[in-house]
Design a binder for this molecule. Structure first.
Ligand code: NAD
Length: 506
């Protein structure tokens, strides 16, 4: 079955992808995939049955037997073709994201592009998979190591980056020689399914990638399956903790990138306009649904006087639908997500914070059923408030004022999260102190959302990450491989005589 997407034919039933075939699930349980700007039902996604999951696992196990021996150069060439195809279909993928998640077109394009960059990195697998060698560790003995694939790996992805986050996972795992089972977010599965079609078109053999849909029960099945060796999870803290505990208890490798509460520190020597415009984009951009978005602004010293200008800039931000070129961001993913954000905003008011701009009643004209939350700005926020403690995941910014950089660093270091942070300053010494002392895994200096490009790894710390090896980059390769160390002795009197004229290693 070939899928067609928006603008051609609306797909009603999202298929599973098992053993290289798009196939309709036999499940009796289906969930609606909804456009969050108007509640239009775009498709239905199944909760895969146990036997469908078992089939996917069996196919992944079987395919691994041959896929692991396909030369790494051939595996890498598939990634080169895949990156080219993704670029060719870039705008189409972005449009699917706009429909099922409500992102603006520009933002959706960024979601696709940051995923393509990981595929480009996966195409470097021959270099990334190099082991280590020491010659003559003892007389006539050499020791060298290889990085070999693990087997069947799995990935469970969140709603907020339906292109980028699946692409963080399966290309790296598969190029390393593993087979992979993807369980995408049930909220926006159309984008991942299009990624899968293009992967097949790039030449990926059947069985290297499987897709099953579902929620907790389907994930549990993967967590308890002995042949699944490694699980990559991205999502909320509670679910991540559960997956990490159950997965590791079942002796699997698990990497879980989870929730966040990211602070931006604004020094009084920073360029005011630059700091404020970056703060606005980083806090309310993507409707605040970014794990690296900024939710707390820490104003140091006199910079607190800029809060009035920040308020003015917030009043200019106008959410809207995906194809409105003036729209700053789109709706929240679901009515439930919106309700949760509104209740945290109300708790902020009740607990004594000052709400400078209140986005609770915001509606986009003509889209009154959309899950809209307008930009919301609070000051006089304390660390005891839910507004500060909870990951809001909405377009809400809390401002805190302190006297010194030391105080700002202390506040951030006492936060249980450690995904991202940034400092705006013109002072190199302040920047160096901040980057050295801050207990956060991804630090921006005059960069508001410091998501590393994929030749580095995505290195959340503390309560924002459970595991040892991080996602993508060199750590991603280590996560998906096992190191084999070989110690070899060869004896000179075994050397055969007779010429070999060929230069060809094959
Ligand atoms: P979520 O935890 O609700 O869902 C993530 C995935 O887990 C989905 O595929 C979902 O079906 C599955 N799931 C949900 N409940 C489950 C359960 N009880 N047992 C097993 N599986 C379950 O997260 P979300 O709302 O889709 O995404 C938003 C969250 O993701 C935010 O907390 C955000 O910070 C986080 N996130 C983190 C990063 C990062 O890199 N640290 C990146 C993106 C998003």
């Amino acid at each position: 079955m070939r899928l067609s997407y928006l603008g051609r034919r609306i797909m009603v039933k999202v298929p599973l992808y098992i053993n290289g075939e798009m196939r309709q699930s036999e499940s009796n349980e289906w969930l609606d995939v909804v456009n969050p700007a108007n509640q239009e039902v775009l498709a239905q996604v199944p909760l895969a049955t146990d036997s469908e999951i078992d089939e996917a696992i069996a196919s992944a196990k079987e395919t691994f037997k041959t896929w692991k021996d396909v030369p790494v150069t051939e595996r890498a060439r598939i990634m080169m073709r895949y990156a080219a195809l993704l670029k060719e279909h870039h705008d189409e993928l972005a449009t699917i994201i706009c429909h099922e998640l409500g992102k603006t077109f520009e933002d959706a394009k960024g979601d696709v592009w940051r995923g393509i960059e990981v595929v480009e990195q996966a195409a470097n697998a021959p270099a990334l998979m190099m082991g280590e060698t020491v010659e003559n560790v003892a007389r006539n003995i050499d020791t060298y190591s290889y990085m070999q694939p693990l087997g069947v790996c799995a990935g469970i992805t969140p709603f907020n980056f339906p292109a980028m986050i699946p692409l963080w996972m399966f290309p790296m795992a598969i190029v390393c020689g593993n087979t992979f089972i993807l369980k995408p977010s049930e909220q926006d599965p159309l984008t991942p399914m299009r990624l899968v079609e293009l992967f097949e078109e790039a030449g990926a053999p059947k069985g290297v990638l499987q897709v099953i849909h579902g929620t907790k029960h389907q994930v549990d099945r993967i967590l308890d399956e002995p042949s699944v060796r490694a699980i990559s999870f991205v999502g909320s803290c509670g679910v991540g903790e559960y997956i990490y505990s159950r997965g590791t208890a079942n002796l699997k490798r698990v990497q879980a990138c989870v929730g966040a509460k990211n602070h931006m520190v604004i020094m009084p020597d920073a360029k005011k306009e630059r700091a404020i415009s970056n703060l606005v984009g980083a806090s309310v951009g993507a409707a605040g649904q970014r794990c690296m978005g900024i939710s707390v602004a820490v104003f140091v010293g006199q910079s607190k006087e800029w809060i009035n200008e920040l308020k003015e800039e917030f009043t200019k931000v106008r959410p809207g639908v995906w194809n409105d070129p003036e729209a700053a961001y789109g709706p929240q993913t679901s009515p439930q997500a919106k309700a949760r954000i509104l209740s945290i905003i109300e708790s902020g008011k009740a607990q004594g914070a000052t709400c400078l701009i209140d986005g609770t009643d915001f509606v986009v004209e003509g889209y009154d059923k959309g899950n809209w939350v307008g930009p919301t700005l609070f000051t006089d926020v304390t660390r005891e408030m839910d507004l500060y403690k909870e990951e809001i995941f909405g377009p809400v910014l809390a401002c805190i004022c302190v006297d010194t950089l030391e105080e700002a660093i202390q506040i951030i270091n006492e936060s249980p999260y450690g995904n991202g942070t940034s400092l705006f300053t013109a002072c190199g010494a302040a920047a160096r102190k901040f980057q050295h002392e801050i207990e956060v895994g991804q630090v921006g200096i005059n960069v508001p959302i410091p998501v590393p490009l994929p030749f580095f790894s995505f290195t959340g710390w503390k309560g924002s990450f459970y595991g040892d090896q991080h996602t993508y980059g060199k750590q991603g390769v280590r996560f998906y491989t096992e190191t084999k160390t070989i110690t070899a002795r060869w004896f000179e009197d075994d050397i055969a005589t007779g010429p070999n004229m060929s230069i060809n290693l094959r």
